[in-house]
Design a protein around this ligand. Structure first.
Ligand SMILES: [Zn+2]
Length: 246
């Protein structure tokens, strides 16, 4: 009897169904097979996440065109990468909330306002900035969807860089995050610096021209966001309440 796909009943010729793409199932699930599957996926995910982050630091101008050209096997796709970045930020935030009081370094909590965030706001920011970029500057080679792919990779990487800050605060002998203005300037500085670097590589345009565009898009973008969600919400996101009232 010919093997058929257990999902759609199409005849199977290999390890994957040619009609629906589901992988061939091998009889009843065992604990060993389940554990092997979980560890394989987690390891693959971790490795792909690390590779994607490293390449976004080293060569964002090559990773994104690679993805757009279909060379995707070793990297995470932009949506997975962004989601993983948010999960990592939330993980760091919980860790810091737990550890900061224990080691007496409450300033580390000051960085957490920028971490995690509400996913909806993140998405709003990313797609708003991408659209603004497209509206403000005539793109030479990329369409809006391709700009969004770049924006998701770049925002994911910025979030990971931000997640390092509270950990540094916990380790060094100075309470870096105690001053809300420092937090704002450092996080914004990282966003502008990394954004300029990544777009400079990706867009192949002069770096000073890049920095001016990034400043214009971020300025207009955050101003628009304040108009949409209100200054109270945004300042709360940037400067958590317990720091302002102290
Ligand atoms: Zn099938």
């Amino acid at each position: 009897m010919q093997a058929v796909c257990s999902n759609c009943s199409a005849p199977l010729t290999g390890e994957y169904c040619s009609a629906c793409g589901q992988r061939r199932t091998h009889g009843r699930l065992t604990l060993g097979a389940l554990l092997a599957d979980v560890s394989r996926r987690v390891l693959h995910f971790d490795k792909a996440f690390a590779v994607t982050f490293w390449r976004m630091l080293r060569e964002p101008g090559r990773l994104v065109p690679d993805y757009l050209a279909g060379r995707r096997a070793r990297i995470l796709d932009p949506i997975h990468y962004l989601t993983a970045s948010v999960f990592l930020q939330v993980g760091v935030a919980s860790f810091t909330h737990f550890v900061a009081p224990v080691v007496g370094r409450l300033s580390a909590v000051g960085w957490l306002g920028r971490l995690g965030g509400v996913m909806a706001i993140k998405v709003l920011i990313i797609f708003g900035m991408g659209l603004l970029w497209r509206l403000l500057f005539r793109p030479l080679r990329y369409n809006l969807a391709e700009i969004y792919v770049f924006a998701m990779y770049a925002f994911g990487t910025t979030g990971i860089l931000w997640a390092v800050l509270p950990l540094v605060d916990l380790l060094v002998p100075y309470p870096l995050g105690a001053d809300p203005m420092t937090v704002l300037l450092v996080t914004l500085g990282i966003e502008i610096a990394y954004g300029t670097y990544a777009i400079w590589q990706f867009g192949n345009i002069p770096i000073w021209w890049c920095a001016m565009r990034v400043a214009a898009v971020l300025g207009a973008g955050y101003a628009l966001l304040i108009g949409v969600v209100g200054p109270g919400y945004l300042s709360n996101m940037l400067l958590p309440e317990h720091l302002v009232s102290r």
